[in-house]
Design a protein around this ligand. Structure first.
Ligand SMILES: Nc1ncnc2c1ncn2[C@@H]1O[C@H](COP(=O)(O)OP(=O)(O)O)[C@@H](O)[C@H]1O
Ligand SMILES: [Mg+2]
Length: 378
C-alpha cells in the first residue's frame, strides 16, 4: 500500500458511518456497521455512527459493536429511540451534521470529512444517498450516483455490460405494466429462455424476492414474489456453473482498479440456490472458499473480467463482481455489487485477506481513497 497521507486537517478526519436504511437489507447493513466499528483505527479517525431507521430518519447511533451484530439469528434494527435525529447540511462547503431536538435550536454535531455509506439495496446502494452526499459536497466511500444506480438495476447493469462487450447471460425484462396487462405474452417471452429460470426483482439484493422456477406453472407466483420488492422484474435463463466472486478496489492516483484473488460460494443441496437464508442465517450449509480452486488461466480471466466490469459501470472505491464459471470454463458476469457484504466474515473482505490486505487495512484504504478523490464531477 502506498503511504500517501490524506490532506492533514488539524484534527483527525471525522468519518460518519451510515447504516440501516429503508431497504430489505437494513439488518445486514447494521451488521456491517458492527464490523466496521470494531475495525476502524480510532487513533487515525473520529467515528460518528449514524443509523437510518426503516422510515428513513437519520439518528445518532450507538458506537457499540454488540448493539449492531447479528446474534443467534436476531436481526438488529435502527429505531427512532436510538438517538437524536440528525440531518446533513446541504449548504455547499458546510459539511455539517446537525442535531434536531424538538423545541431546541439545531446544534452542530460536527463537521464530516468523509461519509462511509454501509448501505445495501434501494435508498442506499442505488445512487439516492450518493446523490444526497453529492449535494452536501462531502467526500464519501464507494461508487457515485450513476455507477450505484446501474449496479443496483439488474436490467441496466446488463445493458451497460453487454454494451462494453462483456459476457452476460440471456434474460428478459418484465416492465411494471407488462405483467399486469398481459401475463400470457410475458410467459411466452420468458419460456423461450428454457428452464430453469431465475426470477428476480430488478432492484433488490441479498437474494430477496428471487425464485428459481423449474416449471412454468410456478412462474406467476415467482413474478408476484419478485414484484413485492420491485414492480420491474428480470427473468434469466439458469446458468450451470460454479459461483465465483472477485473483490475490486479502486486504483490509487489514477491507476487501474485492483482485483483480489477470486473466492467461491458452494451451497449444499438443502438450498435451491444461494438464497437469503443461505447467505445470512444458515452458515452450516454454505462454504466460502478463498482463494477459489481454479486453474491459473481461469483465475486470471475472472480477475480481468472483474476489473473490466468495474470500469464499464465506472464504479469507484469498491465493488464485488460475481460470475459463473461454466463446466467448459466460460466466465459469465452475474452481477456487480457496488456495496457488497462488508462484515469481517463477508466474502469481499475475505478475498482481500487472502490477497494480503487485512480488514482494518481495507477500511483504512477505502477511507483514504474517498478522501483523495475530489467531490463534484470527476
Ligand atoms: N441466471 C442464474 N443462473 C443460475 N443461478 C442463478 C442465476 N441468477 C441467480 N442465481 C442464483 O441466485 C443467487 C442470487 O442472485 P443474484 O442475481 O446474485 O441476486 P442478489 O443481487 O440478490 O445477490 C445467485 O447467487 C445464484 O445462486
Ligand atoms: Mg448476488
Amino acid at each position: 500500500m502506498s503511504q500517501t497521507q490524506p490532506e492533514a486537517p488539524a484534527r483527525k478526519p471525522r468519518v460518519a458511518l451510515l447504516f440501516g436504511g429503508r431497504s430489505g437489507e437494513h439488518a445486514i447493513s447494521a451488521a456491517t456497521a458492527a464490523g466496521v466499528l470494531g475495525a476502524i483505527d480510532r487513533d487515525r479517525y473520529d467515528v460518528v455512527p449514524v443509523g437510518i431507521t426503516r422510515q428513513g430518519r437519520w439518528v445518532v447511533a450507538a458506537d457499540d459493536v454488540d448493539r449492531w451484530r447479528i446474534t443467534d439469528g436476531r436481526l438488529p434494527e435502527v429505531t427512532a429511540d436510538d438517538g437524536a435525529e440528525v440531518v446533513l447540511s446541504l449548504t455547499q462547503g458546510e459539511k455539517a451534521l446537525r442535531v434536531l431536538e424538538p423545541g431546541e435550536v439545531p446544534s452542530v454535531l460536527g463537521d464530516v470529512d468523509v461519509v462511509f455509506p454501509l448501505l445495501h439495496g434501494p435508498f442506499g446502494e442505488d445512487g439516492t444517498v450518493q446523490g444526497l452526499l453529492e449535494l452536501a459536497d462531502v467526500h464519501y466511500v464507494g461508487a457515485g450516483v450513476l455507477a450505484s444506480a446501474v449496479g443496483m438495476d439488474k436490467h441496466f447493469m446488463k445493458l451497460v455490460l453487454a454494451g462494453h462487450g462483456l459476457p452476460v447471460g440471456p434474460y428478459e425484462v418484465l416492465k411494471p405494466h407488462e405483467w399486469t396487462a398481459d401475463p400470457e405474452a410475458c410467459t411466452d417471452r420468458v419460456a423461450a429462455l428454457g428452464l430453469p429460470l431465475f426470477v428476480k426483482p430488478a432492484r433488490a439484493g441479498s437474494s430477496l424476492g428471487i425464485s428459481r422456477v423449474d416449471d412454468l406453472a410456478d412462474l406467476p407466483a415467482a413474478v408476484e414474489a419478485a414484484r413485492e420488492h420491485d414492480p420491474k422484474v428480470v427473468v434469466e435463463a439458469g446458468i450451470v456453473g460454479r459461483e465465483i466472486e472477485c473483490a475490486v478496489l479502486g486504483g490509487r492516483d489514477g491507476e487501474r482498479p485492483r482485483a483480489s484473488l477470486p473466492g467461491e460460494i458452494v451451497v449444499d443441496d438443502t438450498h435451491a440456490f444461494y438464497d437469503f437464508e443461505a447467505k445470512y442465517l444458515d452458515e452450516a450449509h454454505v462454504q466460502l472458499s478463498c482463494p477459489a480452486d481454479l486453474p491459473d488461466d481461469v483465475t486470471a480471466r475472472v480477475r480481468d473480467l472483474a476489473v473490466r466490469t468495474f470500469e464499464a459501470v465506472e464504479a469507484e472505491g469498491l465493488s464485488r463482481v460475481d460470475v459463473f464459471v461454466t463446466p467448459d470454463h466460460e466466465v459469465v458476469v452475474n452481477e456487480i455489487n457496488t456495496m457488497p457484504g462488508f462484515t469481517p466474515y463477508s466474502m469481499y473482505p475475505r478475498m482481500w485477506e487472502a490477497t494480503g490486505m487485512t480488514y482494518p487495512e481495507l477500511v483504512d484504504e477505502l477511507i483514504r481513497l474517498a478522501l483523495e478523490r475530489p467531490t463534484g464531477l470527476r
